[in-house]
Design a binder for this molecule. Structure first.
Ligand SMILES: NC(=O)c1ccc[n+]([C@@H]2O[C@H](COP(=O)([O-])OP(=O)(O)OC[C@H]3O[C@@H](n4cnc5c(N)ncnc54)[C@H](OP(=O)(O)O)[C@@H]3O)[C@@H](O)[C@H]2O)c1
Length: 291
């Protein structure tokens, strides 16, 4: 019988722990606060930021979003980020992606102070991650690690195959899980569009992570019997039965669940845990400044 890994339940347990840490900070007069920077009015980004705000509110954290115009210049965006770096009210800053094409994402991410870079996108923090040093782990791969460990499927000693090598999911997840550390110490293979014979590699995975942005790309024949399957993908597709749009992952859930040992659903898998890890990193930043 396949185990459905419930991301919402795991996120709720994490939030419970975070609330206790927030309460302790409040006793010292500190309210952990997160600033989000949004350029333009992308509805998906707005809805994502609202869901983070709801999570923050539940545990007594503060979150504010700076909504900037679509046509903002690089200089003005970096000035805004500099202002947030200097503002003592905020412990963490996230820059919502994607940015409009005229803006340089890496330059903007580099402008976030490493001490407030709670989504681990500043090159300084990415370097620390690769070196195995203490830093802010990017929320989505950090969430995948927590999902695995908290559901009893530690990656230690396992062969983890990651499909996708983006800077926000695949590459940092590889960097996290390959470390000679607790909750990691895995053998990691990273696949991408240049990978030949992808199914022959995914079938070797004890833990298979799909982060491709391709609806239902991982089919049952690509999965080893009993493997743990973590679906990071979020894709909107039209349901032929209803004509309405629905969210699906990068894994063909219905077919793969017949073969996997455990699997995350979409929605309700990695998404809620990503949000919880953003909050965790903000609290960590507040604790760092106040101990
Ligand atoms: N759950 C969450 O919290 C969360 C957070 C972030 C993202 N996401 C979702 O996760 C998915 C991935 O996001 P991302 O930002 O990492 O995407 P991305 O930047 O588009 O990267 C996709 C990666 O997948 C690889 N890929 C695409 N098609 C492939 C195929 N057929 N075979 C093998 N590799 C393939 C690409 O290879 P190349 O490098 O060769 O192009 C690329 O490395 C998206 O659906 C996104 O919405 C979810």
């Amino acid at each position: 019988m396949v185990e459905i890994i419930d991301g919402r339940k795991i996120a709720a347990a994490i939030r419970e722990e975070l609330k206790q840490r927030t309460d302790k900070l409040k006793e010292k007069g500190v309210i952990p606060a997160l600033a989000a920077v949004l350029v333009g009015e992308d509805p998906a980004s707005l809805s994502y930021l609202r869901s983070i705000a709801r999570g923050c509110e539940k545990i007594g954290m503060l979150m504010e979003t700076a909504e900037l115009p679509e046509n903002i210049t690089q200089e003005a965006l970096e000035r805004k980020i500099e202002g947030l770096n200097k503002n003592p009210k905020f412990h963490g800053i996230i820059l919502q992606l994607p940015l409009p094409k005229h803006l340089d994402t890496l330059k903007a991410e580099s402008a976030i102070s490493p001490d407030k870079d709670i989504d681990g996108t500043n090159p300084v923090n990415i370097g620390k991650l690769l070196l195995g040093e203490e830093t802010f782990l990017p929320s989505t791969p950090y969430g995948v690690q927590e999902l695995l460990v908290r559901s009893g499927h530690s990656p230690e000693g396992k062969h983890v195959v990651i499909c996708g090598r983006s800077n926000i999911v695949g590459k940092p997840l590889m960097g996290i899980l390959v470390q000679k550390q607790k909750k990691a110490n895995a053998t990691v293979t990273v696949c991408h569009t240049g990978t030949k014979a992808l199914p022959s590699i995914t079938r070797q995975a004890d833990i298979l992570v799909a982060a491709m942005g391709k609806a239902k790309a991982i089919t049952a024949d690509m999965v080893k019997e009993g493997a743990i399957v973590i679906d990071v993908g979020v894709n909107q597709i039209e349901d032929p039965a209803t004509g309405k749009f629905k969210l699906v992952g990068d894994v063909d859930f219905e077919a793969v669940k017949e073969k996997a040992g455990a699997i995350t659903p979409v929605p309700g898998g990695t998404g809620p845990v990503t949000t919880a890890m953003l909050m965790a990193n903000t609290i960590k930043a507040a604790e760092r400044r106040n101990t």
